[in-house]
Design a protein around this ligand. Sequence first.
Ligand SMILES: Nc1ncnc2c1ncn2[C@@H]1O[C@H](COP(=O)(O)OP(=O)(O)O)[C@@H](O)[C@H]1O
Ligand SMILES: CC(=O)N[C@@H](CCC(=O)OP(=O)(O)O)C(=O)O
Length: 259
Amino acid sequence: MNDIVLIKCGGSTLEQLSDKFFESIADLIKLGKKPVIVHGGGPAIGEMLASLNIESVFVDGLRKTTAEVMEVVEMVLAGKVNTSIVGRLQKTGVKTIGLAGVDGQLLKAKPINFEQLGYVGEIEQVNAQFLLELISIGFVPVIAPIGVDDADQRYNINADTAAGAIAKAIGAEQLLFVTDVPGILKDGKLIEKTTPEEIEEMIEDGTIYGGMLPKVKAAIDSLTGNIKEVIIVNGKDARIVHDGQIIGTKIVKENILSI
Ligand SMILES: Nc1ncnc2c1ncn2[C@@H]1O[C@H](COP(=O)(O)OP(=O)(O)O)[C@@H](O)[C@H]1O
Ligand SMILES: CC(=O)N[C@@H](CCC(=O)OP(=O)(O)O)C(=O)O
């Protein structure tokens, strides 16, 4: 047991996160957990691009990233969103360090499909050793999903995908997606527990679409690693932990569910 919990904070909910949310991260540390945060910031990037009269174009949920867009993505994610989360967490007394993929070559990336998506990246390698060292000396890393290659080209990585890859690389035990819905909803009702197989069916029948897709795909992929469960939770709730329980949708490996 390494007690690492990777928490992905979605841009959909970042501005609504209460002080209590950050206090519950401090609570997790008191319970002996080692949190690591990966954040998004899609809406903030969209607003900044709009204010610069640059159009946002999405292909299959991924933002088409020209060199000009990449500069804005990095400015918003690393410059604004990351420092804001670091500041809020630090206020609760937690030792925090903000990082983008370029720091310590944390996220080595390559283009997914340059012709179609420009500088959208996929992670080739995570510098897990660097992160584990920071965790071992008591820091909570807060990571912006920006990748880098050996030529210092930066890449825009979907934050859910980055969270899954980082969780797997550092052997996290739990992966939490904090978003703007209470979990996976079906016919308006919260699904409390589900499996990769059921998720495939919900993708097929259209129950799961849009921004939920990269989350469940990253969840399924990370369940092949050290992770025992992935939980999707609502960032609008004051606290993520209620009486020691996390409320949301739990995604577990099939064999565990059938026991
Ligand atoms: N079955 C589903 N249950 C709940 N939300 C869903 C479902 N399918 C798609 N979604 C969408 O996924 C969104 C969350 O993803 P996204 O907007 O990318 O958030 P984030 O910025 O937190 O990553 C929800 O607001 C909702 O519109
Ligand atoms: C390639 C790609 O689409 N990158 C995302 C990165 C931010 C992100 O993923 O933010 P959320 O978690 O808020 O969706 C973007 O440019 O919007």
